[in-house]
Design a binder for this molecule. Sequence first.
Ligand code: DGY
Length: 419
Amino acid sequence: MTDGLRSAAIGILKANDRGGYTVPTKGLYPFQWNWDSCLTALGQRHFDADRALSEIETLFAHQWPCGMAPHIIFHELDDGYFPGPEVWACGRPTPTSGITQPPVAGFALKRLLDGAPALRDRARPLLARITAWHDWFHATRDPQGSGLVAIIHPWESGRDNSVDWDIPFQRVPTEGIAPYLRRDTQHADPAHRPTKEQYDRYIWLIERFRSLDWRTDKLHDASPFRVIDPSLNAILIRSCLDLADLAEAMGETEIARQNRALAQKGLAALPALWSEAHGQYLSLDRMTGQLIDSRSSGGLLAAFAPIPVEHAARIAATIDAHATRFRVASHAPDTPGFDAKRYWRGPVWLVVNYMIADGLSRAGQTKAATQIIRSSLELIRDSGFAEYYDPATGEALGGTQFTWTAAMVLEFLALEGAA
Ligand code: DGY
């Protein structure tokens, strides 16, 4: 059974490989996505570590001079996706989007090289590139130096239509945008995707940033949507720390020092997002200075950073209290906004499970981590390699033959085998 799962997962990674980069799935997502790619490399490393490293190298070959690693690289034309390169109009040699995504690259690179030390020399240039991205986050997304960085578009969180964004997103207008045709709803059930109103706002923000010529140093203050996402900040902290450890082991002491300093800033500020009442971290609306009372998996994923052990224990208990058949729901069931089937408003995502389980295990919450891993593999066995899953029924939702789901399965199988 395990062998069958493993070969099915490898089959998906190979089928979605376009040579140097991997598409998240055929049709719905026909380009290279930033955090998809880095997490995909973790799956590829189980059968081809060289190829895994190319996945990250290709992403950083398209890094902007300011340091930003864009969220999409449009390697080849494909009009099956909206918004395509003509909407972004970023003026890059190979078209890219103009926003970013959760910075998992530092974490992924360390994990990859820990298992493939022979690739260290080849990977050395990536240390400076990823550090430049980490620096960029702090410089452009935390201009006041609070220690926590903001997203300026919900897509930057990777959790596009999370309930977390509902209130701050109201500030983004829907009027005045160019007419457009959505493509995502031709590939996936519209009831499982973001709404039209959300899409209008996604596009309004893109048009606003485009009107500022994608000057990334100007966009934070120009955006009506500025939110501190605990998951993105935890990922940034963890990547800084992992990259620092890797750099140190490779004799790159200055890079190690820079990343540790950035991580310390984040770690010192993260406790401001903790909610004792909810037993998890919350997002913060930077425009109002208020925490957002929305209990999403973003506040559980904060466990990916070295948070206090008592917070990790509370997060494990909060996940238990969801009491869903499958873990981890992307929004707390029985709270406002929960929708078991709609993208990031309730469904289970294996990449989030992976990072939560990893963080909880490091914090000594072994039982909780094991339960998440078991639940993830049960989902795959029941429902196949989907984009996301209903936490109550396990129904497969969104895209099929999904790359990062397959990659996470290879990671989970390895962890299960090791246990
Ligand atoms: C999409 O198109 O759904 C993506 O999540 C945006 O990155």
